[in-house]
Each structure stands twice: as C-alpha cells, then as structure tokens.
Design a binder for this molecule. Structure first.
Ligand code: ADP
Length: 487
C-alpha cells in the first residue's frame, strides 16, 4: 500500500483511491469551434495541453490568431442578426436548459478532464466546479423568458456579441459564468479559455454542438494572450467580460477606453479571513483551510491573509499547523487528495519566488512535512507568521497554498488592516455575535463577505470586487444585468 505522507496521521492512513479515466473521451488534437464547426487555425499552429501532476501531454490545442478571431466574431454577429436574435426568450431558455442537462449527464467525464488538465483535486472538480457550472446554466435558463420581470418597467435589450476571456483556476465554471447569462439575455459569444486549461471548454463546445444550438451563437477560440487581445480589440465586439490578473485587466481597460464596449472585469484578490476571539475555533480553522489550501490557493477570492485576535492566536495557529500536517498533497485524481498540482510550471515558480521573499523578509515559515511527488508541479501548504502589514507576501497576490497570519487586538484595527491592500474581492468573518458580523461586513471593502463560512458560491448570488479587484458582478440578477441594455 503506497503511503501518501511521511507521517501516520492520527493513526490513520488511506489506501489510494484514484478516480478512473476509462470513461473519458479526449481527442489528440482540438481545432477551433467557430460557426458550429470545427475549423483548423489559419496559422496551422497548435500547442500542448499538459497534465500538471505528471508533466505529460494530454492533447494538442489550436492557437487562434487575429484572422480566426475575426471569423469567430463574424459568425457570432451573423447568428445575432439571424436565428438567435429573432428567437423568443422561451426558445432560448430551452437550449440553455438542454446544455445544462447534457453537462450534468457528462459530469463525471467533465470532472476528470478538469482535474487532468488543471491539477485540482477530483473532490473539488466533482463536488464543486462541475455541479456549480451546471447550476449556472440551469439558473440563467430560467431567466431567458423572464427578462421583463428581472428588470420591471424597463426596456430590456441584448448587447450583441460578447467577447469573453477566462483564466485557468475554474475553467468550466468560468465558462458557465460567462456563457449562461450572455445567452439568456440574447447575446452571442466568442469565448477564449486559458492556454493551460482549454479542454473542458472544448468539451463544452462538443456539448453545445450536440445540443443543436444555432451555429455561431457560441464560438470557442483557444490560444494565448495574443488571442485574447484580438478579441478585446475587435471592433465588432460589443462587450468584454474578463476574469484574470489585475495586470491584464488594466491592459484591457486601456485597450477599450474611448470605445463604447461594455466591460466587466473580475481581477485579483488578497482576501482577509478574520477570526475574532469568540469564534467557534475548530470550525474557523476548517474554514481557513478550505479558504486557501483545498484548491492550491488557485482561487481569486482565496482567504490568503488570516487575521486572528491576539487572545486566541496561539491556539488557532497550533490547530492550523496540526490540520496542515493531515492534508494530503498529491495525485489530483485520488479521491483522498486535499491539495492537487499547481496549474503550471510558471505558476509554481511564482509561488516559490514569493516563499523565498517571505523568508528573506524575516517571516517565520511553517510547511507541512508531507512528501510531495517528484514529478509534476506541487507545493506543500505553507504558513507565514511574524509578517508585517507592509510585507510583500501580505500585499501581493501569490495564487498558491500560502497563508500569511497577522494578529490584532481590536475590531477597528483589523478593519483597517484588512482594507489596507489594493484589492477588495472577498473577506471572511468568524464570530459568535451577529452584531459583530454586521459591523464588520459593512466596513470591509470587499465584494463578498462570508460569515462563519468561506468560499461558498451559488448561481443566485452576485460575485465581484472593489478597487483593483475589478468591477461588474457575475452571478444572480446582477450578472444578468451585465449582458443587457436597459432603458
Ligand atoms: P493568470 O495570471 O490568472 O494566468 P492572466 O490575466 O494572465 O491570468 O490570464 C487570464 C486570461 O487572459 C487567459 O485566458 C490569458 O490567455 C488571457 N490574456 C493574457 N494576456 C491577455 C491580453 N493582453 N489581452 C487579453 N487577454 C489576455
């Protein structure tokens, strides 16, 4: 029996329990999905999609250039002016429901491909990413014929062609966040997945093809930043929806300034998770672990800065260390795995760079003594104590399983510290008192504030940031509003 850690954990050890891969169908090579057909990239170029847990190639993916993007935008415009634009909301809703049901039927396959391509634990993709992605399609399907109720006493019009660019941390879920509300509101779409995680978006394209959705309503173009830039700069794109880094978000905002393109940008974060002394400590510790470690810290709203009230700091830090020691880092396909592979070699290098900076800044580091696979991109869960508010690792987004811990004495002090970053995506508050929750949630400058829980999502709730975390909301009615013109 292979052991996954050096330590026997509380007298328990688990047998490996890998999810099977025999039920998945992946092609060796993927073309672009444009105008309802699979077309070769005009440059003839393809790039490799790599499994980050073993560095093996999974498939080749087409690299779309400006000419391909132009083809996709033209197809989207034709569909908008044609069949899709003329279709009733009720009929649009039926297609969206059909896509949701087909995704549900293929949920197991989608979960395994998400894990193979992106490195996240199968437990996450199976229980969170894929069900939530399906639920977004179900939720927005319900709105398609009720736009007049969604925005009463307003004239509701669709925008036209939406150009959508998504990152690698929640590949299928981000595609669902973008495509479902756009279609419900009557728009057509050109979507580009991230270069390291294109496969589930391409599987979604197969589902869309099978669903009979009119050609050109959804086009999936794969590629790198240049492909994304071609979408953003295309003159016939009416709306840009982007999720990714703050740096690229700023480039996009500059690129579209002076045009009448609508935009929503969901960017980086450095979210604070705050434990007050009256909090249920064990529950809070589990919430902290869920907030930063379970998805390798690959969550824009990850609770990467922990603030603990001084009187309970020692007990919380000790419990966190104990819990860290029991986390399994390894094969993402294993159902016992808590922390899978870092998404790419580049991202692992970035995380390691920040860990080094933390040590050089004089912070105290604790890493779980787990063994990590020798092949693939892995990083043990890491805590830093003795950090200053001005530390680089406290201020900058690391996007890895790295948590900084600071203490505080008063609520006013923690509000100031928590708000003292350029970001404002999310926050968490752990306390027994409802009044304290209300006090903190009104003063924290963050788009989402969770109370006594963390990283919980629902298609009906809006999500988005303040400050450099971007603007616009996705999810719920707010997410629908981002795809309509109201007058
Ligand atoms: P991350 O740091 O999370 O990889 P990025 O912002 O680099 O985030 O990437 C998010 C998405 O934006 C990816 O699909 C990427 O290919 C795309 N992208 C990168 N550069 C640009 C750009 N200049 N214009 C448009 N899209 C881009």
């Amino acid at each position: 029996m292979a052991k996954k850690t050096d330590k026997k954990l509380s007298g328990w050890d688990f047998s490996p329990s890998p999810e099977g891969t025999s039920h998945i169908a992946l092609k060796d090579k993927y073309d672009l999905f444009i105008d309802g057909k699979w077309v070769k990239p005009s440059s003839g170029k393809y790039f490799d999609s790599i499994n980050p847990s073993n560095e093996e190639k999974i498939s080749s993916v087409a690299h779309a250039n400006q000419a391909d993007v132009d083809k996709a935008v033209k197809a989207a415009r034709k569909a908008y002016n044609g069949a899709w634009g003329k279709m009733s909301g009720k009929e649009r809703g039926k297609y969206i429901y059909r896509i949701a049901r087909m995704m549900q039927e293929k949920a197991r396959e989608l979960a395994v491909i998400e894990t193979l391509d992106g490195g996240k634990p199968i437990r996450e993709s199976r229980d969170i990413d894929i069900p939530l992605a399906c639920n977004h399609f179900f939720y927005y399907a319900g709105w398609a014929d009720k736009l007049d109720y969604a925005f009463p006493n307003r004239k509701v019009e669709s925008l036209g062609v939406a150009g959508q660019i998504i990152p690698w941390n929640f590949p299928l879920l981000m595609a669902a966040w973008k495509i479902a509300p756009a279609l419900a509101a009557g728009n057509t779409v050109v979507l580009k997945p991230a270069e390291s995680t294109s496969l589930t978006a391409l599987k979604l394209a197969e589902i869309i093809e099978e669903s009979g959705l009119p050609a050109g309503v959804v086009n999936i173009v794969t590629g790198f930043g240049d492909t994304g830039a071609a979408i953003v700069n295309h003159p016939d794109v009416d709306k840009v929806a982007f999720t990714g880094s703050t740096d690229v978000g700023k480039i996009i905002q500059k690129a579209i300034s002076g045009t009448d393109k609508k935009a929503t940008l969901e960017l980086g974060g450095k979210s604070a998770n705050i434990i007050l002394e009256d909090a249920p400590i064990d529950q809070a510790v589990e919430g902290i672990v869920n907030g930063i470690f379970f998805n390798q810290g690959h969550v824009c709203c990850a609770g990467s800065r922990l603030f603990v009230q001084e009187s309970v700091a020692e007990v919380v830090i000790n419990k966190l260390k104990q819990r860290l020691d029991s986390l399994y880092v390894g094969n993402p396909l294993d159902k016992n795995t808590d922390i899978g592979a870092i998404n790419s070699k580049e991202q692992l290098q970035t995380i390691k760079k920040y860990i080094k900076i933390g040590q050089e800044e004089g912070a105290e580091m604790y890493q779980s003594p787990c063994s990590i696979p020798t092949k693939g991109y892995f990083c043990p869960p890491t805590l830093f104590t003795n950090v200053a508010q001005s530390s680089v690792i406290v201020q900058e987004e690391i996007f890895g399983p790295v948590l900084t811990i600071q203490t505080f004495r008063t609520v006013d002090e923690v509000i100031q510290k928590a708000n003292n970053t350029p970001f404002g995506l999310a926050a968490g508050v752990w306390t027994d008192k409802g009044s304290r929750i209300f006090n903190l949630t009104t003063k924290l400058r963050a788009g989402v504030v969770w109370a006594n829980t963390y990283n919980k999502f629902d298609p009906t709730s809006p999500f988005g940031g303040y400050k450099e975390s971007g603007f616009g909301r996705e999810g719920g009615l707010h997410g629908l509003e981002a795809y309509v013109k109201l007058s």
